[in-house]
Write a protein that binds this ligand. Structure first.
Ligand code: EPU
Length: 333
């Protein structure tokens, strides 16, 4: 276990915001986690993964927890599938590499997403037509107050687009310690998103390693490398509007991109942001990324205020032009 006082969080958020936490603690197992939860029960507490989906707006006057629970355990296997339990502190992309190396399919479309396994199950990360909920079987947690373990089935997690029970009614109540993934030994590739199938066209019979390589290459091309340029990936969620609103917009913008969604029509926020002229625009040190305007980058020592103000200005202009509300995907702390 590692406990540090007055710790800079610069290395712990991909936006590269230089704030401090009163205490930063990293634990290696569930016993250590319970010790920390008990000892620091009275302090404000924030559990982070790699800090790839948050924006620190201030110093954190409390304790930041980070999991170093890193293991792979094959819980069950049949002819068709495996149930693989992975520690919450494992880097998500390392888990995918491990799965692909064993020829277990299902996770490959999520390649190269920053973050860790525990956070993936809270956030329901997604890319290229797959969401992590599609491969999550069970989520192992500890109750912050009672220190009791609790296992959530996939259904109990109430997954939706970038959403789960851990962001709503159970917010701040449970800490994910490991996730059990259901992976298949006879992978069926999921290639229907965007240009994925076209990008694999040269390969006669692509396998999951090809998908992993291709998704990684597309992401590297379109999204900033966080080590070089701070960001938190997509800053906003893609909004869903009702059919009538969509029909009205399509009269005005016949080429408006859109996807079906359970409760309406999903519009790419990147398109809305580009239409409002934001691509490449800066405010202080913050910039709307020129290759993918859904991403805000820390171009030049951006302050949290630069980023928040830029995001607010973007939301406002989209509301004015399209009567659509967009909301941050990034959590403000
Ligand atoms: N678009 C533009 N201009 C651009 C870029 C995109 O108009 O410069 C429009 C195009 O119509 C394009 C559409 O936006 O077809 C969708 O773009 P993209 O495929 O890049 O996906 P996205 O909807 O912008 C989502 C996820 C990403 C994920 C990609 C790929 C959210 C909030 N974001 O972005 O996730 O990688 O799909 O599946 O759902 C993240 O969450 O941090 C993230 C990067």
């Amino acid at each position: 276990m590692k406990i540090l006082q007055n710790q800079s969080l610069l290395a712990w958020n991909t936006f590269h915001i230089d704030v401090q936490a009163d205490i930063f603690a990293e634990y290696d197992n569930i016993n250590e986690l319970c010790t920390l939860l008990q000892r620091y029960n009275s302090l404000p507490m924030l559990h982070i993964g790699r800090g790839s989906n948050l924006l620190f707006t201030n110093n954190f006057n409390g304790i930041i927890l980070h999991s170093n629970i890193c293991f792979y355990h094959l819980n069950t296997q049949t002819e068709e599938e495996v149930l693989l339990e992975v520690g919450a502190g494992v880097v998500f992309d390392d888990f995918i590499r491990y799965a692909v190396e064993h020829d277990w399919g299902g996770a490959e479309n999520l390649s190269y997403i920053p973050g860790e396994v525990g956070a993936s199950a809270v956030q329901n990360i997604g890319a290229y037509g797959v969401e992590v909920k599609d491969i999550i079987h069970r989520v192992f947690t500890i109750n912050r107050q009672t220190l009791e373990p609790r296992i959530f089935t996939n259904q109990e997690c109430q997954y939706a687009y970038r959403d789960s029970i851990f962001k709503n009614e159970m917010k701040n109540q449970y800490i994910v310690t490991s996730v059990e993934f259901k992976l298949t030994k006879q992978p069926r590739l999921s290639l229907d998103y965007g240009n994925l199938r076209a990008a694999l066209a040269d390969i006669a019979k692509p396998d999951i390693a090809d998908v992993r390589r291709t998704v990684t290459a597309i992401r590297q091309q379109k999204l900033p490398e966080v080590a070089e340029l701070g960001s938190a990936g997509s800053f906003f969620k893609n909004p869903v509007i009702d059919k009538q609103h969509f029909d009205e917009l399509r009269q005005l913008y016949p080429t408006i991109p859109h996807y079906p969604a359970p409760n309406g029509v999903k519009i790419p926020a990147a398109w809305l942001i580009e239409q409002c002229g934001w691509k490449g625009k800066t405010l202080g040190g913050a910039q709307v990324y020129d290759k993918q305007p859904l991403v805000i980058v820390n171009k030049n020592n951006a302050t949290p205020k630069d980023i928040v103000t830029l995001a607010d200005n973007i939301s406002r202009s989209i509301k004015e032009k399209f009567s659509i509300s967009i909301y941050p995907e990034v959590n403000y702390i």
